[in-house]
Design a protein around this ligand. Structure first.
Ligand SMILES: O=P(O)(O)OC[C@H]1O[C@H](O[C@H]2O[C@H](CO)[C@@H](O)[C@H](O)[C@H]2O)[C@H](O)[C@@H](O)[C@@H]1O
Length: 364
């Protein structure tokens, strides 16, 4: 059966009943558990989870419209009906008191993804600017809580967008981490200047692959290859759908000579990364360690992100049983996050509220 391009076999779809779970996918009634498992396997195989197939279907599924079909909502659902999504994975704005309750006596540590979280998704990756209002909100947050930007982008590039020197920056999906150049008063780790680059030996290979991909994809109109230093992004947001297969084939053919690199997927982007066991989740753990919080029970890490690569960090928090993930999405998705926000403007509202709450609680 095809729903907006995602092939989910009828025998799997047929027996799964509707409404909602905390994970944004259908509930597991006793009768549908087996089929639910089949569905999860199917989604994984098609790259909806953290897999890296780069098939036409998984490329299609990286668009929110197609993700709606993954959650088995009727295709006729309108934008307003999607507000139901927040019922399944509650909006953190509606559950704000749960956060402040959990934060009592604890130190919040803030982790923020960039694209789709602090800046709206746009066609041209070089024009993904964040607003001045968002910058001010992030600056205020960093005044009270240790704050890190964790991005798939190259660290310098994301720094140029954010332009705040009091933050930690983890670029290339966490493969390039650097501490603040202006230390906020509340961070005690200032003696050390942090630099973590676990994939530095891959640099020559990444550059080689970047050049090959540039050459191979130049015949595909709308494609764009971005050198993110320790990883490479191949964008297809502006490529006609009929050419996506060809693009994926070119990428796979280049990668076939590089067994030490792997392919993952983000929002209309294929990502080429070193095969080492390192991701945004590992970066989060590294930073907590660096901040001296490795074994602390009195911290509340909060990670906000919109993409599949952010799931690695959501999962770390869930497995630690500490803090929570917030998924930024207008559409239902499979996720390890606890709460949701619909778009960057809501991220800004949440950050502002958190700062306001902190200011008030410091006075009382
Ligand atoms: O981890 P992130 O900070 O979310 O970075 C992930 C990728 O983000 C960028 O691509 C995405 O945003 C672009 C601008 O809005 C959009 O055109 C593209 O379709 C999205 O995939 C960035 O360009 C990539 O290098 C990052 O890996």
């Amino acid at each position: 059966m095809t729903r907006q391009g995602l092939l989910v076999p009828q025998e799997i779809l047929g027996t799964i009943s509707t409404p909602a779970t905390v994970m944004g996918l259908p509930p597991r009634s006793a009768t549908s558990t087996a089929n639910y498992k089949k569905l999860m396997t199917h989604l994984e195989l098609h790259g909806i989870g953290s897999q890296n197939c780069a098939s036409f279907e998984s490329m299609k599924a990286s668009s929110p419209t197609h993700l709606r079909s993954v959650a088995l909502l009727p295709t006729s659902h309108s934008e307003s009906e999607d507000s139901d999504w927040n019922g399944r994975l509650p909006s953190v704005l509606n559950k704000f008191e749960e956060i402040t309750e959990a934060a009592k006596g604890k130190k919040i540590v803030m982790f923020l993804d960039y694209d789709g979280t602090l800046s709206p998704i746009v066609d041209d990756p070089d024009s993904a600017f964040m607003s001045e209002a968002m910058r001010a909100a992030v600056k205020s947050v960093a005044k009270y809580f240790p704050t890190a930007i964790v991005s798939g982008r190259c660290r310098d590039k994301v720094y140029n967008f954010v332009q705040l020197s009091e933050l930690y920056y983890a670029g290339s999906h966490g493969l390039d981490i650097k501490g603040p150049t202006k230390w906020p008063k509340h961070i005690k780790a200032k003696a050390k200047s942090v630099l973590c680059q676990p994939a530095s030996s891959f640099l020559p290979m990444i550059n080689e692959v970047y050049n090959l991909l540039l050459e191979k994809t130049k015949v595909i109109p709308g494609s764009k290859v971005e050198n993110n230093r320790f990883c490479v992004s191949v964008h297809y947001r502006c490529v006609e759908e009929k050419r996506w297969n060809r693009l994926a084939e070119e990428v796979r053919s280049v990668l076939s000579s590089y067994p030490d690199l792997k392919l993952t997927q983000g929002r209309k982007v294929l990502e080429i990364r070193p095969i080492i066991e390192w991701d945004k989740g590992k970066a989060l753990e590294f930073l907590l360690n660096e901040l001296g919080f490795a074994d602390c029970n009195d911290i509340l890490p909060v990670y906000i992100g919109d993409d599949r690569t952010d799931e690695d960090a959501f999962k770390v928090l869930r497995d630690r049983g500490q803090g929570f993930g917030i998924l930024v999405s207008k559409f239902p998705k499979e996720t390890c996050a606890t709460y949701s926000l619909r778009e960057p403007s809501e991220v800004k509202d949440f950050l502002r509220r958190l700062v306001e709450w902190k200011r008030i609680s410091m006075k009382s």
